[in-house]
Design a protein around this ligand. Sequence first.
Ligand SMILES: Cc1ncc(COP(=O)(O)O)c(C=O)c1O
Length: 484
Amino acid sequence: MTRTIRGPHLTRLLGNWHGLPGRRGRMPDYAALAGSVRGLLADGRLPLGVRLPAERELADALRISRTTVSAAYRLLRESGHLTSRRGAGSWTTLPGGFRVAGGGLWEHSDEPDVLNLVHAALAAPPQLLEAAKAAAGQLTRYAGGPGYHPAGIGELRDAVAATYTRRGLPTSAEQIMVTNGVQHALDLVLRLLAPPGAGVLVESPTYPNSLSACIARGARVTTHGVDPATGWDDEQLLGAVRQTRPRLAYLIADFHNPTGHLMPTRLRERLAATAHVAGVDVVVDEAYADLPLTDVEVPPPVAAFDRHARVLSIGGMSKPYWGGLRVGWVRAAAPVVQRLAAVRVGVDLASPVLDQLVAMQLLARTDEIIPLRRAQLRSQRDALVGALRDQLPQWRFVVPEGGLALWVELDAPVSSALARSAEELGVRVAAGPRFGADGTLERFLRLPYTLAAADLVEAVRRLAAARSDLDRGWRPQPATVLVA
Ligand SMILES: Cc1ncc(COP(=O)(O)O)c(C=O)c1O
């Protein structure tokens, strides 16, 4: 089913379209309107493949003449941003027929001279070594058996269930399946619930490796735009769920990667209800749920508002503790967990017992470890924010209340060129387009604050130099080490 954006919604997205500060002198209204629609598409705020309002409807909503809208649509068709069929409507497209990016975010990180801002991930906490030693001492309790636990060892399932109960979602061990990280959790859920060709709704921007997972499973990806300044638009998101009826919606509700937004309680509630009515399963990625950096109150998980087993939560140890552990989980209804475990047997059988015991040890020390992680992240975030305001004041961003990264709006759509130019100066960054559909998000850059403060300040100094290189007409080499 095709997705339609109604006149009032598009009007809201367009905002002050004919009074923009950058508006060029006497540009006619139709050209300004077309330019604003192109800008929304390029920034991922207006998804691809969406049917725009009929000309008259948009003219009424914007209080302009239908002729102006007609001319704007014609301009958009000419530039390849709109495809129309008589009697059926007009859909958003990109010139050249770009498709959703399938390349994930990964690259080698063993070059000592490169300041690597591609990963939003912290080094291990100092407690890791003690946790590993204590876990090794406990291995004998399992060594007498075969060691295969497709849903995870019981004590870790218990410990993870207790974290959900503490967050306001009563949970038992049977509702938890331990996985090898959050990425693995998503892949297993896709294998179980989204057969090849099934529709999967994701946010734009989103976490690149989730896009890779969807594409690897042959999903038909559609997007919902998350506004860099304001986050989700309730009506648009719920409308997208109702209208496209994807098989699955994948959302990052807690300190969204990359924008950092926290989904409000009201939308969590409505999302669970809408998913039920539309018959859509929702996978909520909670990788960052433990990392608020202010005293913002983190709402209960989306699944706490779900009465019909439509919402699955995925989370893990990687962001609050350490990615090298490769321990994550799925929280779902007990029968779904059993089916996931059956799927998993055909993939990797089970997670390593030793790593699960290490995770247990770290979870037992949550109250000691997490406050220190938050304090560290807060001061690194503030160092990054300070350096950006000082050196690149023309870049804009919302300081996130949690998570690991800033989503920065650049002063021009130069993110990929800037990433290449920065690479020459020893800074590696993930350009905006990696977080969305090909050809969009060129105006954005994700900057994690997971390096030490001094490194972040130096990275910003080099980024500022790379930015002025671009202005001086320097052309980066096409070859890049960043692996998609
Ligand atoms: C939203 C989100 N989900 C999942 C992951 C991957 O987590 P894991 O390392 O546990 O597989 C990341 C890592 O960046 C992420 O940002």
